[in-house]
Structures are given as structure tokens and as C-alpha cells.
Design a protein around this ligand. Structure first.
Ligand SMILES: Nc1ncnc2c1ncn2[C@@H]1O[C@H](COP(=O)(O)OP(=O)(O)O)[C@@H](O)[C@H]1O
Ligand SMILES: [Mg+2]
Length: 273
């Protein structure tokens, strides 16, 4: 469980990025953090894993104040996959990239070998084990970054904008992977702009704007709330737009806003367009 109490953070240039954040994420939860550019999403994530240390407030993971732990110690508990893989990857081969974190923790040679092989196979990267990561595609690099985090088997995983630059096939792959990780009992936090993705797959959504949390609740409620989305400049998912059109049209008086029924209405609506 992550508990955040009154956390504020400002950058050295006095940019205030987080203002009095209070938040609780239970273990095994799957949560999305949404919000426009500059809202403070990445800063919040970096405070959770110790890369940034807030000037006020405190953060507890499983009841323990994280300020007494180093980033390396925290990385075993909470994994963070950067938005830009180039900021994360530095080794000369995919295999070395994954092994790096493991070597830091005094695992035995056999254990390192076993975990590396397993994770590379799992993430469909085994054939690239000797490749220089920078030669890979954007999506593959993201998987390498993910592998280097997952091999430490952290309880909590934060993915910063994982769907950017991924085609629909890769998104499906990501969703399967998240399902597997959830089955293993992990807590998953996804930072995203991708409101379609969030509304479809993530049960709880936290919306940030201007360094604050401006909404927190079940995704179907949040992503249908125009007031919230307008305040954050996020674009309504297509399904919500369609719901709105149906509700405002005389021709579809019977429509009660139930989105499970929406395909029938969609087909009918097409006749008028
Ligand atoms: N390294 C930095 N130095 C100074 N200001 C920063 C830095 N990184 C982010 N900021 C500022 O902090 C605020 C929050 O940024 P960020 O956490 O990156 O938002 P998001 O991830 O939601 O786009 C923004 O105003 C941004 O300009
Ligand atoms: Mg960001």
C-alpha cells in the first residue's frame, strides 16, 4: 500500500510541481493517473520511488516512510518504467541491461542467469539478447526498460505513458502483460494521456491538474464527466461523445446512458449520418 500525506514538491527553479497531495493506493490495485502535460504526474511518480524527495509531507510504502531508503533499495519494492526509454537504458546489450539491476543486489550468478532468461523470453526479447538496445525500435526499447525493472520482481509497478508510440498490436500485448502482473498480485500504476485506454482497462482513475489531484474515482464515472475533463483539457473518449450525442437527440429518447447497449444505438445512428 502507498500512502501519501500532504506532499509538496518544487524544482530548484522554484517551479511548484506538486501541491499538497494526499493519496492512498492499496496493494493489488490497478490505478491510472491522468492529466494534461505539466500536471505533475511524472513528478509524483518520481517522489514515490525516491528519485525525487518532496520538500514537505511524507510517503509510506507498506507503512514505512520511504525517506530512509535509497533509490536502489526502493527499486526492489517499486519499479518505475520511464516515459522515454532512452533515459533508462544505458547498457551495451539487452541482456546486460537486464542483468545490471540484478548484479546490484548480490543475486547468485545462477539466479541472475535464470531471471534474465525468463524475463527476456516473457517479454519476447530473447532473440535480441545480444543486440545493442539503441538499435531496437521504440516499442522494443520500452520492453527492454520494462524487463530491467520487472526482473527485480517489485510489488509495485509504475509505467509512465506506456502506450505512447505503441501500435494496437503492442497495446494488446501490454494489456496481456498487465493482466499477468495483476494475477501475480502486483500493484500497477499507469500514467497516461490515453483516455480511451484508461476508460477501457483501468478501474480507478486519478486526475491531476496543475500539481493537484482534482478527481479520483471509478473510471466510468471520471471519463464521462465533462466538467472534470474540461478542467484538464483531456479529450472525452469516443464512447462518451457518442453517449452525449444520443442523450441530446430526440430520436434516441429511450437511450438511458447504458454503454453496454451502445452498439445497437451506434448502428441505428449510422443511418442518420
Ligand atoms: N526537471 C525539471 N525542472 C524544473 N521544472 C520541471 C522539471 N520537470 C518538470 N518540471 C515542471 O514541473 C511541472 C510538472 O511536470 P511533470 O511532473 O513532468 O508533469 P506531467 O508528467 O504531468 O507532464 C511542470 O510545470 C513542469 O514544467
Ligand atoms: Mg510526464
Amino acid at each position: 500500500m502507498i500512502e501519501i500525506y500532504d506532499v509538496s514538491f518544487y524544482y530548484p527553479n522554484k517551479n511548484i510541481a506538486l501541491k499538497n497531495i494526499n493519496l492512498r493506493i492499496n496493494s493489488k490495485e490497478f490505478v491510472g493517473i491522468l492529466g494534461e502535460n505539466g500536471a505533475g504526474k511524472t513528478t509524483l511518480a518520481k517522489c514515490m520511488n525516491g528519485l525525487l524527495r518532496p520538500q514537505s509531507g511524507k510517503i509510506l510504502i507498506d507503512g514505512e516512510d520511504i525517506s530512509k531508503y535509497s533509490v536502489a533499495q526502493l527499486s526492489k519494492k517499486i519499479g518505475f518504467v520511464f516515459q522515454n526509454s532512452d533515459h533508462q537504458i544505458f547498457a551495451q546489450s539487452v541482456e546486460e541491461e537486464v542483468k545490471f539491476g540484478l548484479k546490484n543486489f548480490n543475486f547468485t550468478k545462477e539466479e541472475i542467469h535464470k531471471r534474465t532468461e525468463e524475463i527476456l523470453k516473457n517479454l519476447n526479447l530473447f532473440q535480441y539478447r545480444n543486440t545493442i538496445p539503441f538499435d531496437l525500435s521504440g516499442g522494443e526499447k520500452k520492453r527492454v526498460a520494462l524487463a530491467s525493472v520487472l526482473c527485480l520482481n517489485p510489488d509495485i509497478l509504475i509505467l509512465d505513458e506506456p502506450t505512447i508510440g505503441q501500435d494496437s498490436q503492442q497495446k494488446k500485448y501490454l494489456i496481456n502483460l498487465i493482466d499477468d502482473l495483476r494475477d501475480q498480485g502486483k500493484t500497477i500504476i499507469i500514467i497516461t494521456h490515453d483516455i480511451e485506454f484508461a476508460s477501457e482497462y483501468i478501474p480507478r482513475i486519478i486526475v491531476m491538474g496543475n500539481g493537484r489531484i482534482i478527481a479520483d474515482g471509478p473510471s466510468n464515472i471520471i471519463t464521462n464527466n465533462e466538467f472534470i475533463l474540461e478542467r484538464t483539457n483531456l479529450i472525452l473518449p469516443q464512447l462518451s461523445v457518442l453517449t452525449k450525442i444520443l442523450k441530446s437527440s430526440d430520436k434516441f429518447k429511450d437511450f438511458n446512458g447504458d454503454q453496454t447497449d451502445i452498439l445497437n444505438y451506434y448502428n441505428e445512428l449510422r443511418r442518420y449520418i
